[in-house]
Every structure is written in C-alpha cells, then in structure tokens.
Design a protein around this ligand. Structure first.
Ligand code: ADP
Ligand code: MG
Length: 140
C-alpha cells in the first residue's frame, strides 16, 4: 500500500496516471472518498493516461460511461445514486464491467458489484486546502 500527499488536482491526476500504466483489460479500480475528495479527478488522470480523449466528468444522470481508450475501452462508474436502494436491477453493470475494459468505480460501497477482478483500491481524503492524502492499495 502506498499513501501519498498531493497538493493540486494536477498532482492527483499524475498519481492516477502512474497506476493506470499498470492496468490491464478486465481490471477494476475502486475509488473511495467523500464528496469533493478528488475521485473524479483521479479517474480523469487515469483515463487521460489510458488515451481517453473525451471529457471525463461525473456520470450524473447515468450510472456510468464507457470511453474509447488507446489500448482498450475504459469504463467510469459512479454508484452514488444507488446508495440506499435495496434492489438492484440484475445486469445493471453488464455494459461497463466487461473483460475487455478497464473500469473505475466511484462510491463502490454504495452497491454490491458482481464478481470482478479488483486490481487496486484507492482512498482519497481531504488534508487541508488543496491537499489530499491518496492511498493506493494494489491487489496484485
Ligand atoms: P469527487 O469525485 O471525489 O466528488 P472531484 O474530483 O469531482 O471529487 O472534485 C475534487 C475537486 O477538488 C475538484 O474541483 C479539484 O480541482 C479540486 N482539488 C483541489 N486540490 C485537489 C487535489 N490535491 N486532488 C484532487 N482534487 C483537488
Ligand atoms: Mg465524483
């Protein structure tokens, strides 16, 4: 596990890019932290490093988005709006969590994911002003 302190959004994006380089299709990265901690910023940095050219913003009205990356498709899910809903539609994640794609999941604790290969767990915490503590735990 590594914990690093970042002083700006750009620095968090760079940290995410480092992790992105190690990822392979089928890998899922869980990204936790309270609102504004920098989860979407982290995912954006990783997506850029994976060659995604589209804007990477919070998927607000959908559960997720699927981007075209350089090496493979890249999925970005935000499960926030699922929190507290008892029944999940079966197959809800099917279009995003596919073996050919690398996936990033914000608010992973808000729902039960199907069995996937979790490659890393990331936790972001506010550390005063623009500072963040970014914990990256690689699972393999
Ligand atoms: P979340 O997805 O966790 O709600 P966002 O990434 O959408 O958070 O928002 C984080 C906000 O904090 C952005 O406006 C970003 O520019 C800002 N920010 C400031 N400093 C940092 C930092 N060190 N790391 C990440 N984001 C930062
Ligand atoms: Mg977000």
């Amino acid at each position: 596990m590594s914990t690093r302190r970042t002083e700006s959004a750009a620095e968090t994006e760079r940290l995410a890019a480092e992790l992105a380089r190690e990822l392979e299709p089928g890998d899922v990265v869980l990204v936790s932290g309270e609102l504004g901690a920098g989860k979407t910023t982290f995912v954006r940095g990783a997506c850029r490093a994976l060659g995604v050219r589209e804007p990477v913003v919070s998927p607000t009205f959908t559960l997720g988005r699927r981007y075209e990356g350089e090496r493979c498709p890249v999925s970005h899910l935000d499960l926030y709006r699922l929190a507290g809903s008892p029944d999940e539609e079966p197959g809800l994640f099917d279009e995003y969590l596919t073996p050919d794609a690398i996936a990033f999941v914000e608010w992973p604790e808000a729902a039960e994911l199907p069995p996937v290969r979790v490659a890393a767990r990331v936790v972001l915490r506010h550390a005063g002003g623009d500072a963040r503590e970014v914990e990256v735990q690689r699972e393999r």
